[in-house]
Design a protein around this ligand. Structure first.
Ligand SMILES: Nc1nc2c(ncn2[C@@H]2O[C@H](COP(=O)(O)OP(=O)(O)OP(=O)(O)O)[C@@H](O)[C@H]2O)c(=O)[nH]1
Ligand SMILES: [Mg+2]
Length: 173
């Protein structure tokens, strides 16, 4: 199971998403701090909303296998800059929550997530659980653990750690 780090504005639905994935009933609990000990790393929305804290999010990302931007389908403006994936050394995905909102504008949020460099985008409704299975399938894939030498070998090929090796290429002994 890949360890997912969640970041996004307050009320985006990060904690609710962790509850649905864990099979818990939705219950409101304001996130006050970032806990890295759990299977998923949840963070307070205020970190993403403040330029003083936002850099810290990049540090938490190193504790995770995958970083997820969480944005509600009815968010009125975008907090995240373009090409965010270039300074996060983990696969970046997008999770669009509140797809049930009457103000939902999923194509617009998708555009923001594509601009940020998300390699996969998932749409979920935390209330009904719709779309969550697809995200769980993605998370259930294991991340390959590399030795330093293997990581350096991939770098020499211009690959990121999580990119597959080209066909016919193997790590040197
Ligand atoms: N309709 C609807 N409401 C949702 C959905 N996801 C979350 N909510 C509601 O949105 C509110 C905020 O959800 P949280 O999961 O606490 O948001 P958060 O991103 O963890 O917020 P912070 O902890 O402040 O960063 C709660 O009242 C949730 O019940 C969704 O998919 N649909
Ligand atoms: Mg929360």
């Amino acid at each position: 199971m890949r360890k997912m780090f969640l970041m996004g504005r307050s009320e985006a639905g990060k904690t609710s998403l962790t509850q649905v994935i864990k099979g818990e009933k939705l219950h409101y609990k304001k996130t006050q701090y970032t806990n890295i000990a759990e299977d998923m790393i949840d963070s307070p929305g205020e970190y993403a909303e403040s330029k003083y804290f936002s850099l810290g999010l990049a540090c938490f990302s190193f504790e995770a296998d995958v970083v997820a931007i969480v944005q509600a389908a009815d968010e009125p403006y975008n907090l995240f800059g373009q090409s965010l994936h270039t300074f996060i050394q983990r696969p970046l995905i997008g999770v669009i929550t509140k797809t049930d909102s009457v103000y939902a504008n999923v194509p617009m949020i998708r555009q923001w997530m594509n601009d940020a460099g998300c390699e996969r985008i998932f749409e979920v409704n935390n209330v009904t659980g719709e779309g969550v299975a697809e995200l769980m399938d993605y998370l259930s894939e294991d991340t390959e653990r590399l030795t330093l030498e293997q990581a350096k070998f991939k770098q020499r090929l211009g690959l990121r750690e999580w990119d597959p090796l080209p066909e016919g290429v193997a790590y040197p002994d």
